[in-house]
Design a protein around this ligand. Structure first.
Ligand code: NDP
Ligand code: AKG
Ligand code: MG
Length: 741
């Protein structure tokens, strides 16, 4: 077996990137004592942009393609990667990042909306690889195991987060398309023998346009589906009218980042529906100006800035008069006037729906007050689970974190399963006709009659991925002794194919004594919630989108945030990726640092991930010391939770940096205390002593810097020296860490 004493720690974006400036020196110093090298790999948005255009950069500006290198590493059994969350960029975010890099003197090209020549086409193609969820599908070469470890659950019981009360009279609800969406049109086949299939469009005159040829493996599940543009528009207009009549706020929840091709189009339809009169009148002008509603109203507002003032005033007037006969819209930032339709990456359904449910089912209105809301989620496939939870909260009240059970998840995502891999098989149709999937011999496997503007997509799920997912579910069920539910809906064509495979592959395992069930989504969530309020745990075994949605939904109820999850990806090739938390990069946290130098990011996810990574590395390489290090880290994390040394939200109090100090102090103490590795204990004794003795001084140095704005030298591309200075403010602490090397 190949062995390696190497951990790769990813450098990402926003709050987790800042936290890394403080935590990585701790991790590297401690790992060093076990002979482990901690290497870094830059997969930040800025890093990915820079590495895509080496020929335009000076020698000292070039950086390697971290994502490609890591992608290769995931295929090796020795892979041991700590993956922090990164930005899945919308076009407005990508453009902001490009602008910042250009201002810093990097000659990266502008994003071409409508490429006019081959050079621009090439630039757009390179940027397309960076947009949206571009990192996770490459690195996640395994299925997903996300859960709240017992110490974390105990912490939530002891220090419960706030939960908004639910009123039985709440008018909040989810709304979704009853017809014409992906759910109602989904078709699915299991490929009997390996071979190519073609995705084709047949126009009204019978002319066939081959969109793509896909090599299929035996046993692979292939789906196709479409969303009707007409039905989508009617749906949006209906929801808007209902909100106006009922006086309930309107809000849109999609995942324009992860479903990076289909959902921005859906978002654009919502923008055009809400501001219908404006688009009826000025739509052509916006087009000429290069504004695309798929990028949100912010892009429209920006583009009109080039017009004469009188015209700008006229358009702004039209936008304002639109609000008069529209319902109130949920706000992202009511102070700054940023609405739900401003930028497609501001409201991301996995995090936005749970935070609404945690918040009494309410969102913020224009006046900064909380209000009931219609949560508009076109895809009925997944929206129904939220309505079920809303109904449950209306009847039973909010979940109680001090008593409720847990819903961990085993998610299918390996080999770009399901919607994850659909981006290069998604089409917005230019004319009416038929979309079909045909075998090489011409047999039609699936077909849909489509109209101009409809969104058609195909998804692939490899047999090996499904097999591994079933195995992971059985392993988790066995290890935890927990009731396990496969969420597979008999109403869904894709799930019916999966059900057959699950039944088959379950037989490969010893399931005696295990409670493993299969249910449709609504019954599955209902059962899980009923068990949860009785303090019982239930493993959810789901497809990729539900994996994403549920691993924010339940953790946010149980723990207040998905940042406290343990998130492991056991790779198909034998390596491991340890993700930190199940959430994102918390842009709001960066704003706080910039304003008052306080980072409220909780690195608990990093601590949990690192402990497992060390233990696994130790076991694989017979590096006992690494195992000791991992076990001590787990204990240190437990103590950090017990003693409540997690970051506070308030300036002046303990923040991310202070909590990293406590982790180090406890970690050193645990290492000094353990008896398995005497030499290590002796080495860490004095370190632990110094940390204890200097605690007051270190905390003083860390809190002194707070309360003033911080300069990071950039947002997407930080100035390393400046960020280092901000995130490592205690010379005393830095000196102790340096002494370990
Ligand atoms: N694995 C990945 O790579 C993932 C990446 N993302 C990306 O992250 C970005 C932001 O996504 P968004 O939907 O806003 O979700 P986030 O999870 O970043 O933010 C939602 C809220 O959760 C809370 N939160 C999240 N993590 C932590 C933490 N470690 N400590 C304390 N609180 C935390 C914060 O609440 P509060 O502000 O109240 O403190 C935050 O505002 C997007 O670009 C998205 O694509 C999203 C999910 C996963
Ligand atoms: O890849 C992404 O865009 C986000 C992924 C995500 O939200 C998750 O895995 O929970
Ligand atoms: Mg998510």
């Amino acid at each position: 077996m190949t062995t390696s004493n190497k951990i790769v720690y990813t450098l990402t974006d926003e709050a987790p990137a800042l936290a890394t400036f403080s935590l990585l020196p701790v991790v590297s110093s401690f790992a060093k004592v076990a002979g482990i090298d901690v290497e870094t790999s830059d997969i930040s948005l800025a890093g990915r942009v820079l590495s895509a255009f080496p020929e335009r950069l000076k020698d000292d500006q070039r950086i390697p393609d971290g994502l490609a290198e890591l992608g290769e590493l995931t295929k090796k059994p020795e892979a041991n990667i700590i993956k922090l969350p990164n930005i899945s960029a919308s076009i407005p975010q990508l453009r902001a990042c490009i602008k910042e890099l250009q201002e810093q003197g990097y000659d990266v090209p502008d994003y071409p909306y409508e490429p006019a020549n081959d050079e621009e086409k090439d630039i757009q193609a390179r940027y397309a690889k960076i947009l949206g969820s571009a990192v996770n599908p490459v690195l996640r070469q395994g299925n997903s195991d996300r859960r709240a470890p017992p110490a974390v659950k105990a912490f939530a019981r002891k220090y419960p987060h706030s939960m908004g009360k639910w009123s039985k009279a709440s008018r909040s609800h989810a709304d979704w398309m009853r017809d014409g969406d992906f759910f109602s049109s989904e078709q699915s086949v299991t490929i009997a023998e390996a071979g190519d299939v073609r995705i084709e469009f047949v126009d009204k005159n019978g002319k066939v346009d081959v969109k793509k040829t896909l090599p299929m493996e035996e046993g692979e599940v292939l789906d196709s589906m479409f969303m009707s543009a007409k039905a989508l528009d009617e749906f949006f207009l209906r929801t808007i009218e209902e909100c106006k009549e009922d006086g309930v706020m309107w809000s849109l929840h999609v995942k324009a980042t992860m479903m990076k091709v289909s959902h921005p189009i859906v978002f654009g339809h919502a923008v055009r529906a809400f501001y219908k009169e404006v688009f009826d009148q000025y739509g052509d002008l916006f087009k000429d100006l290069g504004a695309n509603p798929n990028n949100g109203m912010a892009s429209v507002l920006e583009s009109i800035k080039t017009l004469p003032h009188s015209k700008q005033d006229e358009i702004e007037e039209a936008i304002h008069s639109c609000y008069e006969h529209r319902p109130e819209m949920a706000m992202v930032d009511s102070v700054k006037g940023i609405t739900n339709l401003h930028v497609p990456s501001d409201v991301i359904v996995d995090a936005s729906m749970p935070s609404m449910i945690r918040n009494s089912g309410q969102m913020w209105g224009r006046d900064g007050k909380q209000k009931d809301v219609k949560a508009v989620m076109p895809e009925s496939t997944y929206a129904r689970i939220y309505q079920e939870m809303i109904n449950f909260c209306k009847t039973h009240g909010a979940f109680d974190p001090t008593t409720c059970g847990s819903v961990p998840n085993v998610g299918l995502m390996a080999m770009k399963a399901e919607e994850y891999g659909s981006h290069d098989k998604t089409y917005e149709l230019a004319e009416d006709g038929v979309m079909r999937v045909v075998k090489a011999d011409g047999t039609v496997l699936m077909q849909h009659e489509v109209e101009k503007g409809d969104i058609w997509r195909a998804c692939q799920t490899k047999d090996a991925a499904i097999k591994d997912w079933v195995k992971l579910a059985v392993n988790r069920a066995r290890q935890s002794g927990t009731t396990t539910i496969f969420w597979l809906d008999n109403e869904r064509a894709h799930d019916r194919e999966l059900r057959k495979k699950v039944e088959k592959y379950l037989k490969d395992h010893d399931t005696s004594g295990l409670d493993i069930r299969t249910m449709g989504y609504v019954r599955a969530i209902r059962t899980s919630m009923e068990r949860m309020v009785r303090g019982k745990d239930t493993i959810s075994v789901t497809g990729n989108v539900l994996r994403d949605y549920l691993t924010d939904l339940f953790p946010i109820m149980e723990l207040g945030t998905s940042a406290k999850m343990l998130s492991i990806v056991p790779m198909l090739a034998g390596g491991g990726m340890y993700e930190t938390g199940a959430g994102g990069s918390a842009p709001k946290h960066v704003q706080q640092v910039l304003q008052e130098n306080h980072l409220r990011w909780d690195s608990l996810g990093e601590f949990l991930a690192l402990a497992v990574s060390l233990e696994e590395l130790g076991q694989k390489n017979s590096n006992k010391r690494a195992e000791v290090l991992g076990q001590a880290l787990d204990k240190a994390t437990g103590r950090l939770l017990e003693e409540n040394k997690s970051p506070s939200r308030k300036v002046g109090e303990l923040d991310n940096r202070g909590s990293h100090f406590y982790l180090s102090k406890f970690w050193a103490e645990e290492l000094a205390k353990q008896t398995e590795d005497k030499e290590l204990a002796e080495k860490m004794g004095p370190v632990s002593k110094q940390m204890n003795e200097q605690e007051e001084q270190i905390l003083k140095e860390m809190s002194e810097v707070q309360g003033k704005p911080a300069d990071l030298g950039g947002y997407y591309h930080l100035d390393k020296a400046k960020a280092d200075q901000v995130m490592r403010p205690s010379a005393t602490f830095n000196k102790i860490l340096d002494s370990l090397k």
